[in-house]
Write a protein that binds this ligand. Structure first.
Ligand SMILES: [Zn+2]
Length: 322
């Protein structure tokens, strides 16, 4: 499905938005690729880059491309920023997919949501512009894994167990570090990490973070409330489309640390314990993991379309209501 291995060269230009010099993410004019689009159910990595180039070509005012950083195998990690504002931004949101390279449904769903956002009608666009919104998308967080259809990155590391968490420190992979740096430099109102379910038991789950469920360290109550509000908003948006599998929020299966959404929760811990928490997100925000579907790569177009529609409904609800 994604076995084409194509080396990608990024044309780097000085970053206008994130400051000058060699800071990351670096703005790019376009991602280097010979491919012009996807002609299969699933995009190859190269086709993803081509799609992003096309989004920018079609919507130069809204779409800005960046290389968030490089994967272990030196591929660019694409980052897209979409602007729906008149220069004043009140809310910034982060959507990430493809952290596990074999969870292709999430990548397709997020690409679809990105396109749908740009095609919304005038009234819908105006409501977002009025709010002052900036949306950040990382559609393929793990390019090396995505290309060979493997869960882990190019060094065999599970990136969604590699984030800093509470007292625990571990060596961050370049893909992890790139995302951590982004979140530490941008003040997000919410962060959503799209995944696929591991087995039938966990399909369409909005998974709330570890700390919230285990209480290893106490989170501020108002922050807990924000996380639950986000989770319930996502649940409602997913269920509005009559998904054959109901969305639900869950605190199950959150027994592993180093998950992206947990990491930002670490900064929500109550006062006295805060100083004990290291390497946490400097801009704490409610963040959850959404397990979009089972299986990871549905082969029926209608089934995949359902996941795409649900992802767009979720993104739309968050941008408008959270
Ligand atoms: Zn996953």
């Amino acid at each position: 499905m994604k076995y084409m291995q194509i080396s990608v060269v990024v044309v780097l230009v000085a970053s206008l938005f994130f400051g000058c010099g060699k800071e990351r993410p670096e703005a790019v004019d376009r991602f280097e690729t010979d491919v012009t689009g996807a002609d299969r159910l699933y995009h190859t990595f190269d086709a993803v880059l081509a799609e992003l180039n096309q989004l920018k070509a079609d919507h130069p005012q809204q779409v800005h491309l960046f290389s968030l950083g490089q994967s272990v195998k030196k591929r660019p990690i694409p980052l897209v920023r979409m602007d729906f504002n008149n220069g004043t931004v009140s809310s910034r949101y982060l959507f990430v997919a493809g952290t596990h390279g074999d969870e292709a449904a999430g990548v397709e769903a997020l690409l679809y949501a990105m396109k749908a956002l740009l095609q919304m009608d005038e009234a819908a666009r105006n409501s977002m512009v009025k709010k002052g919104v900036e949306v950040y998308f990382v559609p393929v967080h793990n390019p090396d894994g995505f290309i060979i259809n493997e869960r882990e990155n190019g060094r065999g590391v599970d990136l969604n167990r590699n984030f800093p968490f509470g007292y625990e420190t571990q060596k961050m992979e370049p893909e992890t570090k790139a995302l951590v740096d982004l979140v530490n430099s941008v003040d997000f109102s919410a962060g959503i990490f799209f995944h696929s379910a591991n087995d039938e038991k966990y399909e369409n789950v909005v998974r709330v973070p570890f700390e919230l469920s285990r209480g290893k360290v106490a989170m501020q109550q108002e922050e807990q409330a924000r996380v639950w509000r986000l989770a319930h908003l996502i649940e409602a948006a997913g269920n509005k489309l009559n998904s054959p599998i109901k969305y639900r929020s869950s605190r199950e299966m959150v027994d592993a640390s180093g998950i992206a959404s947990d990491w930002c929760m670490s900064a929500f811990v109550a006062g006295a314990q805060k100083k004990l928490v290291r390497l946490t997100c400097r801009n704490p925000h409610p963040s959850v993991t959404v397990e979009l579907c089972y299986p990871k790569q549905p082969m029926k177009a209608e089934r995949l379309q359902q996941e795409k529609d649900e992802a767009f409904a979720i993104v739309w609800a968050i941008l408008n209501e959270f």
